[in-house]
Design a protein around this ligand. Sequence first.
Ligand SMILES: Nc1nc2c(ncn2[C@@H]2O[C@H](COP(=O)(O)OP(=O)(O)OP(=O)(O)O)[C@@H](O)[C@H]2O)c(=O)[nH]1
Ligand SMILES: [Mg+2]
Length: 345
Amino acid sequence: MKEERVPVLVMVGGFLGAGKTTLILKAAQVLSARGLRVAAILNDQDAGLVDTRFAGAQSVQAEEVAGGCFCCRFSDLVDAADRLRVHNPDVIFAEPVGSCIDISATVVRPLKALHRDQLRVAPLTVLVDPRLAAEVMDGRAGEDVSYLFRNQLEEADILCAGKCDAGPALEMDVDYRLSARTGAGVEEWLDEVLSGRRVAGARRLTVDYGRYAEAEAALGWLNLHAGLQLRHPLSPAMVAGPLLDELDTSLTAAGIRIAHLKVFDESAAGYVKASVCGNGVEPEPDGDLLADAETAHELVINLRAEGEPAALRAIVEAALKNIPGAVTIRHIGAFRPAAPNPQHR
Ligand SMILES: Nc1nc2c(ncn2[C@@H]2O[C@H](COP(=O)(O)OP(=O)(O)OP(=O)(O)O)[C@@H](O)[C@H]2O)c(=O)[nH]1
Ligand SMILES: [Mg+2]
């Protein structure tokens, strides 16, 4: 009888904006070129993810676990992996929410213990943005962000410094230095993470869940999905670019620090995704910047920032009013993440 293949599940953690999705999509390209089938599971506190749309736009089979982090939605993660079986994936990447910690104890180890027939769990990779690491190390980052960041570092089975194509190098001992944008170091990391040489979930944290909940709740969260019927045809870049600029300007004027602001706009002619991980940062958009102008668009905004959810919502709604045409909101959620309550620990 033919033995059924068990896909490898590769969890890629790291703070909001570290570059997890970009790395997963680059890794998917590398593995596809090696003849492997790749899928991804994205995760968020709410539905309507830019990351899922971005993965889909790049033809990566993607599932979404929404309404809580993987630890609180452990069964949904297992179900999502199960649904992907019809695509017969060799590798499934899973991206936990960027504010999530204690993944080793609440996700990696329970998956290994309870689901080894369905999945081979790879070591937990944690990706670090050198710019945020520098802010944490010299005290410029807030206490809550620093708390989450340091815990994520602590539980990494494999620690990677990302974005090595941009900015100063990270002054920290890491296993790999890579760039998801250029692909530098990605093959080496993949070879290690898929080799089965390292133990998955070897580093277990001791977490004070009261402190963890407080740190996560310091961030305001907003997810929006809207349909646009423009008065005059515009390309996705002509919608997403000015919108991102306006949101950045308004958030900065309100004194709200951006952790990660992502905009995805799609029409029949193509898509554009642009995001910034700080105020006043110039975005480097992905997608089809020269797509033809169209009147019907689908717009998704994901904003994580150190501000009141009501303030985030008011700023986003004001920006939508400046879009020249009719905006139909299909989903909007603005909240602070609820206290984590893992299914397994
Ligand atoms: N220069 C450079 N930029 C990168 C690289 N990887 C990601 N980025 C940029 O960093 C930003 C965040 O990248 P994402 O991949 O969305 O980060 P993430 O960790 O998935 O973010 P969340 O889903 O919000 O937690 C985007 O604007 C990316 O284009 C890289 O290797 N080099
Ligand atoms: Mg992401």
